[in-house]
Each structure stands twice: as C-alpha cells, then as structure tokens.
Design a protein around this ligand. Structure first.
Ligand SMILES: [Zn+2]
Length: 292
C-alpha cells in the first residue's frame, strides 16, 4: 500500500511530468472508483495541470483551480505512460480503473501526448478518484489529523496523550495522524524501540520524543529515497529500505534477532522482540482467539 513517502514521490514525479500539460480527457474503466459527480469529469478537459501535492495518503493533481484527487488504497498504483492508446478502454476488465490523457506541454514542442493509468490489483476494489473544487470536499481529507511530516513535537505529544489505543493502531489511524500505513508504522516503532501494543497515552515524555524523532527520520529517509524514482521503481525502492515490515523470519538488521509477526484478520504486523518488546513474543491474536 502506498504511504506518505510514495505519494510524496508520485506528487514530485507529476510536478515534473504533468504540470503545464493540458488535459485531453479522462477514461473511466471502473465506474465505482469515481466518487464525485459535480463538477463532472469532463470539466477538466482543455484545462492545464498547474500542480501536484499530497494530503495524508491522498494524491492531489491541481488542474486550473480544480483538484483531481486519488486515494490508491491497498492495491492501487499510478503508472505513467509516455504513449496512451486513443481507444477508450473497455470498462470493468482488468486492473485499469482510470486513465488521464495529457497533451504535450505548449512550450515544449518535442513532448508527445502522455498521461497516466490508475490501476488496482486484487479483488477488493477500493481505489477512489474525486474531482472537487476544494480538497476539503473529500471526506477522508477533511477528517485527516495533523500530517506526520508537518506535525510539531508538542502537537504530536498532545495527539498521543488523547489516545488510549495501541501504538500500531493509533499511528495508522488517518484521523489521528495523516500519512502512515501498515509498513511505515512497523518501521517507525522498530526505530523507536517501542512495542506495537504499547498504549499511546501511557508513553513517557521521553518515549514520545523518541517516537516523534523515529517517525520523522523514517519518513524523511523514505521520502529522500523515493523522490526522483520513477513511478515504476518506487515499490522496489520501498521494499529495499525496510527493517522489519514484511520480513517475518529474517534477521533484524539492528540486533540479529528473528523478526516476528502478529496476524490479524486481514493484515499482519512485524516487529523485533529484542529491539521492541524486551525479548517477549507478542500473542498472535488470531491464534489466541482460537485457543480460548
Ligand atoms: Zn532487533
């Protein structure tokens, strides 16, 4: 699942490649992905792309005062195309959800027609596209907590102080802190040497400071590695930088202990017992529920 660093990198990529180009048209291949109808998608045809940015894990393409906003969700991705077929795709088949055709930039006569595909792997179709006049018209953006890359230490301490849940859940709840998902929350907790099951509101001021620094360092490092990567190589760049996430059974790069996993109904978390839980194995909740 793309998180803050990958979305930041996609926004940087679009600033370089899409800005100044004129929208030719959009093709919708998965009608369920489009969440808004006013303004209609045809409203962007003929308008110039003016910017690209990020709200939490939402990608924002600014088109002359309108915002084409995408939430890639779990299996979604953006694929830049130097050449796009002018033939509209057949709806409802394959991973393609949405396609944007962009004309060459006016001041760059060598440019060809290009654009991007929004695709979604798997059977759960949750990729979402919104065309709005104000990003705050997207409910998921209006609900976002402070951004993980912009929150101050004081604000972060205040936010955590009000949360009685476990750190893993708190860090990944977008209305609490925006931008962090399953992978980077594992990485941040590992860097902070904190248990994913520690209760947020019970952290000492020192632990909050350590967690804050780990969050900033982990995300800054990931953004630096991701920005400048082509959209196509972002996923492997993300994988190569991970210490514990998706590394069950492999050695922890810090202490050499074996990375462990806790499974939930539809996801899992990874952690290092020596670094994070005083050597203790955390209960597998799915298993312990069966045993009871
Ligand atoms: Zn370790």
């Amino acid at each position: 699942m793309p998180e803050l660093p990958e979305i930041e990198a996609l926004a940087a990529f679009l600033r370089e490649r899409a800005v100044r180009r004129v929208v030719v048209r959009s093709d919708v291949a998965a009608f369920s992905a489009v969440k808004t109808f006013d303004p209609p998608l045809t409203a962007i045809n003929g308008l110039t792309v003016t910017g690209a940015g990020r709200y939490g894990k939402f990608l924002d393409l600014e088109i002359d005062g309108l915002h084409l906003i995408t939430h890639l969700s779990r299996g979604g991705w953006l694929q830049w195309r130097e050449k796009l077929s002018p033939v509209p795709p057949k709806p409802g088949r394959g991973p393609l959800a949405f396609r944007l055709h962009l004309a060459p930039a006016e001041d760059d006569p060598d440019d060809a027609t290009a654009g991007f595909d929004l695709t979604e792997a798997g059977t759960q179709k949750r990729l979402a596209v919104y065309l709005v006049r104000d990003p705050m018209d997207v409910p998921g953006i209006a609900r976002l907590g402070p951004d993980a890359m912009r929150v101050s230490l004081d604000e972060f301490a205040e936010v955590l102080g009000g949360q009685r849940g476990q750190l893993k859940g708190v860090l990944t709840t977008q209305s609490v802190i925006g931008g962090i998902g399953n992978a980077y929350s594992d990485e941040i907790l590992h860097a902070a040497r904190l248990s994913p099951f520690a209760i947020a509101a019970r952290l000492s001021p020192d632990q909050v400071g350590t967690l804050y620094q780990a969050m900033r360092d982990t995300l800054t490092d990931a953004v630096q590695r991701s920005v400048g990567q082509k959209a196509a190589t972002l996923k492997s760049e993300k994988r190569s930088g991970l210490a514990v996430h998706a590394r069950t059974g492999l050695p922890c790069p810090v202490c050499g202990d074996t990375v462990r996993e806790v499974s939930f109904a539809d996801k899992s978390l990874q952690y290092c017992p020596t670094c994070q839980t005083g050597g203790k194995n955390l209960a597998d909740r799915r298993l312990s529920r069966l045993v009871k």
